[in-house]
Design a protein around this ligand. Sequence first.
Ligand code: MLT
Length: 259
Amino acid sequence: MLTRVNDISMYFEQKGQGVPVILLHGFPLDHTIWEPTVLEMHSEARIIQPDLRGFGLSDAPQGIYSMKQLADDLLGLMDALAIEKALLAGHSMGGYAALSFARAYPERLAGLALICSHASADTAEQQENRRKQADELLRLGPKPLADRMTPMLSADHQYHAEIYRIILRNKPTGMAAALRGMAERSDSTELLPAIDVPSLVVAGLDDQFIPVERARAVAAALPNAELVELAGAGHLAMMEKPVEVASALDKLVLEITNS
Ligand code: MLT
């Protein structure tokens, strides 16, 4: 479905009833990467999978998508769907957006799950790399990025064709704007002790983007978090280990229901 949120038309899918759970995809993906996990979830949950600004079937205006902008879009989506509080489960960049939401709108957060994500800001070198990648996207289109990132996202070849397809159908303007927004995001480490909602941190032990130590540090700093470390998973735990990720999310939904 499409709904108007701030200055964009935002696409989302939803199913089920119960605790609102918003599943946020990472960069440079879309809502479909959550599908394997959603199929394995059995809790009483209203599951919502948006395409973030710039990705999938949502609009991709030019500019810089700050993580606060992505958080504001989520707030707008929740308002449009009459959701007072939600569990936000963010994969990687989706986790950065969820942390920004937790900072700006703590009263609207029922729970937090960070999947292959972390709370640090970019180093100067990472920022520079992102800006180069943004320029490259606008100059050459998505293929060089897809060629480079696909094997890094998962070592398992069975996912490569699908990841490649998702990246290629995203718009270069949207991906470039998200890269620029990630480059300027602030560090959220100091915020973590104040996020006292039921939380979950999932780490893939073979993740080439987020070292497991980062995930462990985030879980240790969150007052109420479970840490799940998955052997055999890279940066796409929701695709690579859907049963395990779904069961950890189901447990979190239950905790929210009982809290
Ligand atoms: C993602 O998967 O969202 C990105 O790899 C995150 C990042 O580049 O920091």
